[in-house]
Design a protein around this ligand. Structure first.
Ligand SMILES: C[S@@+](CC[C@H](N)C(=O)[O-])C[C@H]1O[C@@H](n2cnc3c(N)ncnc32)[C@H](O)[C@@H]1O
Length: 256
């Protein structure tokens, strides 16, 4: 179904590889009048935007400038009220560590009809692209997905989940030292396998594996940075040598 005038479609763009966009997201991007997109939406996805669509970049660049959340609400509501078909496009799945609930609340309050279109989340797709299957049978039967950002909350983000078999950490590229410290303090073994996968599913994807105690050093030595997903647990030990990497996206696993 085409994007609908006067509606806002809150859509997941997947982890970056255009092939991981859903069919629904593709159809909406092809037919909408306005796209408000985050920085993590892969460049390859922009090719699907309608050529005449208004394109508004509203994402945060690293720890830098960001369009205020209230301004994003205002833009969505204003464009929808003008009868335009709006797509609000977020990296991965908008239900995971996005501002979806706030955006839905703003649209409801304004009486704007909306639709949520889930996407393929980096939390699962990025480890998979590096050959790490987060609940691989025999290695892991529980999984916790954690944000390293605590929005100023005075609590340790990992305390309650440190002992999940597999821990997947998003938004943690700058916080590896703290991740290591907190998990070790919570009793996780220094030898626990860990991995850091940068630019997963995108050209230039790279990954590093290391025991938890030396992950920060290994990542630093390899010169990797954001965006990245970290995986901690036995699942991170495994990596099929010729895994699901396709085309020119070398998984480039460096074992240290
Ligand atoms: C604000 S969160 C949003 C997550 C998104 N909603 C999802 O489901 O993937 C952004 C974080 O997702 C992770 N991320 C997103 N795309 C990635 C990619 N292609 N490679 C590695 N990490 C990625 C990084 O941890 C990044 O800091």
């Amino acid at each position: 179904m085409h994007a609908r005038s006067g509606h806002v479609h809150l859509v997941g763009a997947g982890p970056g590889d255009p092939g991981l966009l859903t069919l629904r997201a593709h159809e909406l991007l092809r037919t909408c009048d306005v796209v408000l997109y985050d920085q993590l939406v892969g460049a390859g996805i922009h090719a699907f935007f309608h050529p005449d669509a208004e394109r508004l970049a509203v994402g945060k660049v690293g720890h830098g400038a960001q369009v205020a959340q209230g301004e994003i609400h205002r833009l969505m509501i204003e464009r929808a009220r003008a009868g335009r078909a709006v797509v609000r496009l977020q990296g991965g799945c908008p239900t995971l560590f996005g501002r979806l609930a706030e955006e839905v609340a703003a649209l409801r309050e304004a009486g704007i009809p909306y639709e949520v279109v889930p996407g393929v989340s980096s939390a699962l797709a990025v480890p998979a692209a590096a050959g790490i299957f987060v609940t691989e049978r025999g290695r892991a039967s529980s999984l916790a997905i954690v944000s390293a950002h605590t929005c100023g909350e005075d609590r340790e983000p990992y305390a309650s989940v440190a002992h999940a078999d597999t821990l997947v950490v998003l938004m943690g590229a700058r916080g590896i030292a703290r991740l290591q410290r907190d998990l070790l303090a919570a009793g996780r073994s220094p030898e626990t396998p860990a991995a850091f996968v940068a630019r997963g599913t995108l050209p230039g994807q790279r990954a590093v594996r290391s025991p938890l105690a030396t992950l920060e050093t290994a990542v630093h030595r390899a010169g990797l940075g954001a965006p990245a997903v970290m995986v901690v647990g036995e699942a991170a030990r495994a990596s099929a040598p010729d895994n699901v990497v396709v085309e020119d996206r070398s998984s480039d696993i460096l074992v240290s």
